[in-house]
Design a protein around this ligand. Structure first.
Ligand code: MG
Length: 394
């Protein structure tokens, strides 16, 4: 199989935005635009390598934007887009990890975060037939030559025209050589270099959702597209830990990250936080990501006495890496003792902090089993949880 790299060009300073923050770092559905863009390529099975080219002044924005993602260090772009692409292509010839000199490269604008897997597939597949490929869309509006404020000079036939999008795909060596040959000139996109060299790119079907964000209105529109592509799912979790004698220094049980004074502790390999375990399983369950024992095996010495907050945060990290987010979590703690009520507020504060969601999206309830069963006999605490998530369809 040919190796394919994605080169994401994020060097723009975005003067059409009413803000100092460049458009690719604005938030879209809670994540920077660039995060969405990179994520689309990182998760595509036919992309072997994702390389970003950024403006050197945006280093800190970039580091914050990609904190959850595994990426090689960014390359720094030049004065123009064309310069930045050339720097990026040259970087791909000397990268420390494969693929150096990939067979194909897809060059994509950072400001098109909604590029979809099928479009990426079409571009890569077409590179088996052509040296250059452009995703494109038909022109639907009637076209006039003229400037707004002036007069229309004539109607331009639209049948022979289309709108070019990215990612544009190329045979790597060819586009590298063209960029080196035309360095310092000012072509508006990469395929224009091919056209200048007599290579006619193949046009494949683009996607209206693969819009370029240049204004705040575009950003709102992209947010609406994203929400329309999401689905809601729920997962459930259940956990039990038995009471055991207090060890020296122990004050009671830990539930939802809060120490509750009690005459017993809970037994477990980690800190035995029954509430956080049920919540972690509910979140993992909502997107089919296994269970807590799969990610944190109880026989692994690393998790002895561990703070279970890290289990919960790991589940949320996996969720974010799938493009999802937590909407709501509802936890029920089942025990006769200790009394949960007096600690509920502290638990809610702790959970909101751990899960980075507003308090109103978390619920903690407590019940007894009327003296029946193991919780009724005060042998331990049970917890059950439901988590609701939003996640891209598919
Ligand atoms: Mg447990």
């Amino acid at each position: 199989m040919p190796s394919t790299a994605a080169l994401i060009v994020a060097g723009g300073t975005g003067q059409r935005f009413q803000s100092h923050l460049p458009k690719q770092y604005h938030l879209l559905a809670g994540k920077p635009v660039l995060y969405h863009t990179i994520h689309a390529f990182l998760t595509h099975p036919r992309i072997d390598w994702v390389q970003c080219v950024i403006h050197p002044a945006h280093r800190d924005y970039y580091a914050a934007a990609i904190a959850d993602l595994e990426l090689p260090p960014p390359l720094f772009g030049g004065e123009t887009r064309q310069d930045s692409v050339r720097q990026g292509l040259m970087g791909l010839t000397s990268s420390l990890l494969p693929p150096q000199n990939p067979d194909f490269v897809l060059i994509h604008d950072a400001a098109r975060p909604l590029v979809d897997p099928a479009l990426i597939d079409r571009v890569i597949s077409a590179l088996n037939e052509a040296e250059a490929v452009i995703p494109a869309l038909p022109v639907v509006d009637t076209l006039k030559s003229g400037k707004i404020g002036g007069t229309a000079l004539k109607t331009v036939p639209r049948d022979a025209l289309c709108r070019a999008q990215t990612p544009q795909g190329f045979h790597f060596q060819r586009i590298l050589e063209l960029h080196q040959r035309h360095a310092g000139q000012n072509y508006t996109d990469d395929s224009a270099l091919c056209e200048a060299a007599g290579i006619h790119p193949l046009l494949v079907e683009g996607n209206e959702r693969n819009m370029k964000i240049t204004t705040e209105a575009d950003l709102n529109q992209a947010g609406q597209f994203l929400r329309a592509m999401e689905e809601y799912r729920t997962g459930s979790g259940f956990d039990v830990h038995r009471f055991t004698a207090l060890e020296e220094g122990q004050q009671g049980v830990i539930v939802c990250g809060v120490i509750i004074p009690h005459d017993h502790a809970l037994e477990g390999h980690s800190d035995a936080d029954v509430g956080l375990h049920a919540l972690t399983d509910a979140i993992l369950g909502a997107f089919g990501a296994g269970d807590i024992g799969h990610h944190f095996p109880p026989n692994d010495p690393r998790w002895r006495g561990a703070d279970s907050g890290q289990f919960l945060q790991h589940a949320l990290l996996l969720l974010r890496q799938r493009g999802g987010r937590l909407i709501h979590a509802d936890l029920t703690l089942i025990c006769e003792r200790p009394k949960i009520g007096p600690h509920r507020e502290a638990m809610l504060v702790r959970l909101a902090d751990l899960m980075e969601v507003p308090r109103g999206r978390i619920s903690i309830k407590a019940t007894t089993t009327e003296g029946l069963g193991f919780t009724g006999r005060r042998e331990g605490i049970a917890a059950q949880a439901i988590a609701t998530i939003a996640i891209p369809q598919g």
